[in-house]
Design a protein around this ligand. Structure first.
Ligand code: GLN
Length: 453
């Protein structure tokens, strides 16, 4: 099988399924075929091959790709062709993957169902009447449908893990700082992380290996050694200490809870031990997150002014109108809601009551995790309280939509790594297990997921 065959096959699948699923926003067919031909030539010589040689990939459309349209699923950037590659894209090129195209998402990564894309929604490959989750819904659906070998997503409050859970694939949100975000369009800078979405845990380890590491172009990327993730996949969990927060089993769909308890039984059979614990500040996480993430978003998105990037409103009367009209026309309703909420929370007179308070809550949540990890190796629970819900069922109710993230948001606030791995089905829909690890200990969560898988 040549790389060209592999890439051709991916485009055949995209043509066959994507009219119904809607995972892609931009295809890179010509570029991909040229790259595949180059890699096939290389196969003939005996040159050394990159770690991910020949694998066809898709990238969430909030990572910039030189010369390939990058929209963040927003009308604002519907005409934006970046002049450089994000560091993760450079690294994927160095590992000799083939870029198939850019994947649909909630506009500027704000959402949990992919219905906030300003182009079209994504549908769940397991049941086309249901959402794939979000905001990396295109990235998860593409892997589930075989429209890419693997993809990259971004996760601010759950956007890799929750769609991975709804689509029955593996999604990893690494430790904050593990992967460079240079070239990732910022949503909430103290939370955003890039990570792989793959069919299985071994692939997740491979992709993480290829994209992790310090990057001088991103001052928040950590100068921490990158271990050999593949050698971590030993199948061994004997003696492993697992904490199960009781807050993560409350208010969960009974079949989801049953699937997670079954995993604990399996892991126990392999020699792991588990204990119920409490992360007492869990109930404040969603409120704190929506204040902090929206505050940061309101600041980050001020760069979209109709002058520097993307679409500019026609015939503005003066400079202020240019900003006003471009932003009114460019941003969709959810993005505007967050900018308004964030601007309010940061305004003088309200800053102490909202933003500062939320920061203090964040510290308490981080301490819950720190204390638990003094005694345990991993924390385990469901990724989301339910399975994928029907399209349209929550879109008019932002608060219900926000509460879907109750199990992924605390992890994001604490900055620790977590992985969602499929752990069975409820009424024919995939259920995801969330495995949470110590800072920079992706190896252990990959090992546990691999042993279970
Ligand atoms: N659903 C969450 C939100 O809307 C998380 C999004 C994300 O992780 N990008 O903010």
């Amino acid at each position: 099988l040549s790389v060209s065959d592999l890439v051709k096959e991916a485009f055949v699948k995209i043509r066959e399924y994507d009219g119904r699923i809607g995972a892609y926003l931009t295809l890179n067919e010509e570029g991909a075929m040229a790259e595949a031909a180059r890699l096939d030539d290389k196969l003939l010589t005996n040159e050394s091959q990159g770690l991910l040689f020949g694998l066809p990939v898709g990238i969430k459309d909030n990572m910039v790709t030189e010369g390939l349209r990058t929209t963040c699923a927003s009308q604002f950037l519907s005409n934006y062709d970046p002049i450089y590659d994000a560091t993760v894209v450079t690294k994927l090129k160095q590992s000799e993957t083939v870029m198939l195209g850019k994947l649909n998402m909630d506009e500027f990564a704000m959402g949990g169902s992919n219905e906030n894309s300003s182009f079209h929604p994504v549908r769940n490959p397991w049941d086309l009447s249901r959402v794939p989750g979000g905001s990396s819904g295109g990235s998860a659906a593409a892997v589930a449908a075989g429209e890419a070998y693997f993809t990259l997503g971004s996760d601010t409050g759950g956007s890799i893990r929750q769609p991975a859970s709804y689509c029955g694939v593996v999604g990893l949100k690494p430790t904050y700082g593990r992967i460079s975000r240079y070239g990732l369009v910022a949503f909430a800078s103290s939370l955003d992380q890039i990570g792989p979405i793959t069919k299985n845990v071994e692939d997740s380890a491979y992709v993480l290996q290829a994209i992790a590491g310090h990057d001088p172009k991103d001052s928040t990327s950590a100068d921490v050694e990158v271990p050999d993730y593949l050698s971590a996949l030993t199948g061994e969990v004997a003696g492993l200490k697992i904490a199960v927060p009781k807050e993560y089993l409350e208010g969960i769909e009974p079949q989801v809870k049953a699937a997670v308890l079954e995993v604990l039984r399996v892991l126990e059979g392999l020699g792991a031990v588990w204990e119920e614990v409490s992360l007492p500040h869990t109930e404040y996480a969603v409120a704190a997150y929506y204040l902090l993430a929206s505050s940061e978003a309101s600041s980050n998105l001020s760069r979209f002014d109709g002058v520097r990037y993307g679409v500019r409103a026609d015939n503005p009367g003066n400079l202020l109108d240019l900003y006003y009209d471009s932003r009114s026309q460019g941003f969709g309703p959810e993005v505007k809601r967050r900018i308004m909420l964030g601007t309010y929370a940061l305004s003088s007179g309200y800053y102490d009551a909202y933003y500062l308070k939320a920061q203090k809550v964040r510290t308490l949540i981080k301490q819950d995790f720190d204390q638990t990890f003094e005694k345990f190796d991993v924390i385990l629970g469901p990724t989301a309280p339910t399975t994928a819900f029907p399209l349209g069922s929550q879109i008019d109710d932002p608060l219900t939509m926000y509460l879907n993230d109750i199990l992924t948001i605390p992890v994001s606030l604490a900055g620790v790594p977590a992985l969602s791995v499929p752990c069975g089905f409820a009424d024919g829909l995939p259920v995801g297990l969330q495995i949470i690890g110590k800072p920079f200990d992706e190896s252990t969560i990959l090992r546990v997921a691999h042993a279970y898988e």
